[in-house]
Structure formats: structure tokens, C-alpha cells
Design a protein around this ligand. Structure first.
Ligand code: NAP
Length: 322
């Protein structure tokens, strides 16, 4: 049994089998040795170095431990990152006792992202998006933010510098991810954000919330806007494995348009393939996923990590089961 493992611990994954399976997967490509992977995925004790966790229910597989363990090792920081299965009726107690449990902060995922707003002090991004995915302590106070906003923006900056000169942007989808995207676009000064969603009422609600620079469009009519869209963002789940592809003719976009797709399974969606084939710049969902993790790590462990080609390859291999 690895040192520091507390078999009775309050810090748990859904089951020991889940932990072990996860640790084995981490080690599958010799990226992390098995003992260390197992140790890192197990429960923590308060005497261990600073650790963060991912709070969700159920404890779904996540790439976050892979990403944060990579950065911890790369930067030589003694720390940990574990997955915590926390049912809804235990969320408040868990969040209020994060520090006594030895955690310096946490990521939050489904179904808790909205509820943690009331259990913490949300920043402007978390408030505007209506959901938080990152918790940390500032002067002893539990704060929350939504790092999808900067994940989206920083990924675009890395893949298509100058993208924010676009005057008009077309966003497809009006779910949780779209809220972060629209907020980020407005924060960057984009003047017109056209928003098309299958369920029109959701686009109208989002537009009402974000003000007069956001224009809801009927889903059936978004094709008419393609010639004006210098940036196209897909925030729907269309194009994901098991879903229909997005029915869209990239040939109608301007020659210098940028195409961003938040879907990252598969890594190259049919939309991104078509955009690349036309010679357009693209920003994929994996890039956003990696960039959104940067801020949490920095808030918890005090150093700003880099999104490197090596990290991307590591997570890509995990995603494709290579
Ligand atoms: P969500 O809140 O459930 O919203 C899903 C969106 O997809 C809604 O706008 C929905 O339209 C639309 N949609 C679903 N099926 C559709 C169909 N058959 N035709 C047209 N529209 C359809 O989900 P979310 O959290 O916003 O996530 C959306 C996608 O972004 C997912 O693929 C997720 O994995 C990805 N994502 C990626 C990152 C990243 O870091 N790369 C971060 C967050 C999310 P209706 O309103 O009409 O249902």
C-alpha cells in the first residue's frame, strides 16, 4: 500500500477498482509509473503536500488528473490531484471542509457547477456564466471562477493570433459552454455576436442576459450569416462521437475566417477537417481543455504552467486510447 494512503479516508473515488483502473491507464504509456499513479489517485491525508481535487457525481473519468500531475512533475512541485465522488446532498459539507481535508482548491464538474456559486465568492466570470469550475482560497475565503472563458480565449490566441479583430462572430449553441464563449467574446470587445441554437428560446435568453451585442438567430437561418463570420464557434455537441456532424458549408465562410470547435472527442471533428481542407485557421476543443486548466493550477500551486506539445500529446494519447 502506498505511503500516505488512508483506507478509511473521507477522500475517495467511487471505488478502489475505479482508482486502480485509472492509475493503470495513467501508466499505460509509461507516462506515470504505476506506484506513483496509484498513490496520486488515492485519498489524501492532511499531512501530505498541497492537493487539489475534482468534485463531481458520479466520479466520471476525467483528463484533469493527467494534466495536473504532468505539470506537478514538470515543475517539480510536491502536490497532488485526486478525483472526489461527492453526491449532491454532501456537496455543501464537502466544500465547507475543503481546507481541513487538506485541499488547497478544487475543480468542480457536473452536476455541481451551478450550486458551488452559492457556496463561494464567485468572480465576474463565474457570475456571468452562471457556473463555476474552479475553487481556491484567497485570504482564507473560498473563491470561485469559470476557467472555460480563458481556456477558450487563450486557445484562440495560441492558434489564431489576431482572431479578435473579427467584427462579427457566429456562435452555434446556447448551453453552458456557449455562455462562457459569449462572455469571453464580449470581454475581448467583439462588436456583434450572432447566436444560433436549435431551441430558439435558449438563444433568446442568453442574448437577453448578455445585452445588445448578442443577436439571436433562427437555427435554420445561420447559413446566411456564414459569409460575414470572421470567427465561427461550435459549442453544440454536434460532431461528437455518436452524434451527427454539424451540417454546415465552410465554403461560405470568408477566406480569412477562423473556425473553433469545442468538441474534443474526436479531436478533429468533421467541421475542423473541412475548415483545414479549405485552408482556414482552426482551434480545437483539446486546446481549450488544456488552456482552461492553467489558471486552477496557478491558483493552487503558485506557478503558471505551460500548455506544451508534450502535454497535448499525452492527453491526446489518453483520449484516443493509444
Ligand atoms: P449543454 O449545456 O448540454 O448544451 C448543448 C448544446 O448543444 C445546446 O445548445 C443544444 O441545443 C446543442 N445540441 C445538442 N444536440 C443538438 C442537435 N442534435 N442539433 C443541434 N444542436 C444540438 O452542453 P455544454 O456544456 O454547453 O457542452 C457543449 C459541448 O461543448 C460538448 O460537446 C462539450 O463536450 C463541449 N465542451 C468542451 C469544453 C472544452 O474545454 N473543450 C468545455 C465545455 C464544453 P438545445 O439547446 O436545442 O438542446
Amino acid at each position: 500500500m502506498p505511503p500516505g494512503y488512508d483506507p478509511t479516508g473521507a477522500y475517495r473515488l467511487s471505488s478502489r477498482q475505479t482508482r486502480n483502473a485509472f492509475a493503470r491507464r495513467l501508466c499505460a504509456n509509461n507516462k506515470i509509473d504505476f506506484a506513483r499513479g496509484l498513490f496520486d489517485c488515492h485519498s489524501m491525508t492532511a499531512t501530505r503536500p498541497p492537493a487539489a481535487c475534482l468534485i463531481g457525481w458520479p466520479a466520471a473519468h476525467s483528463r484533469s488528473p493527467l494534466i495536473h500531475h504532468y505539470w506537478l512533475r514538470k515543475l517539480g512541485i510536491a502536490g497532488g490531484y485526486v478525483i472526489e465522488a461527492v453526491p449532491p446532498d454532501e456537496l455543501q459539507d464537502f466544500v465547507f471542509r475543503l481546507a481541513p481535508r487538506g485541499f488547497v482548491g478544487a475543480n468542480v464538474t457536473i452536476p455541481h457547477k451551478e450550486r458551488v456559486l452559492k457556496l463561494s465568492r464567485p468572480d465576474a466570470r463565474a457570475q456571468a456564466v452562471g457556473a463555476a469550475n474552479t475553487l481556491w482560497f484567497a485570504d482564507g475565503e473560498l473563491c470561485s471562477t469559470n476557467t472555460d472563458v480563458e481556456g477558450f480565449l487563450n486557445n484562440l490566441d495560441a492558434c489564431a493570433p489576431g482572431w479578435d479583430r473579427a467584427e462579427e462572430v457566429l456562435v452555434l449553441g446556447a448551453g453552458g459552454a456557449a455562455r462562457a464563449v459569449v462572455f469571453g467574446l464580449l470581454e475581448r470587445g467583439i462588436k456583434r455576436v450572432h447566436l444560433a441554437n436549435r431551441t430558439r428560446a435558449r438563444a433568446d435568453t442568453l442574448a437577453d442576459q448578455f445585452g445588445d451585442k448578442v443577436f439571436p438567430v433562427a437555427w435554420e437561418a445561420f447559413g446566411d450569416l456564414l459569409p460575414r463570420a470572421k470567427l465561427l464557434v461550435n459549442t453544440t455537441s454536434l460532431g461528437m462521437h455518436g452524434q451527427n456532424p454539424l451540417d454546415l458549408d465552410v465554403g461560405r465562410l470568408p477566406d480569412d475566417a477562423v473556425v473553433s470547435d469545442l468538441v474534443y472527442v474526436p479531436l478533429e471533428t468533421p467541421l475542423l477537417s473541412a475548415a483545414k481542407a479549405r485552408g482556414l485557421k482552426t482551434a480545437d476543443g483539446l486546446g481549450m481543455l488544456l488552456h482552461q486548466a492553467v489558471r486552477g493550477f496557478e491558483l493552487w500551486f503558485g506557478q503558471r504552467p505551460q500548455v506544451t506539445a508534450e502535454l497535448r500529446a499525452l492527453v491526446q494519447a489518453d483520449l484516443t486510447g493509444a
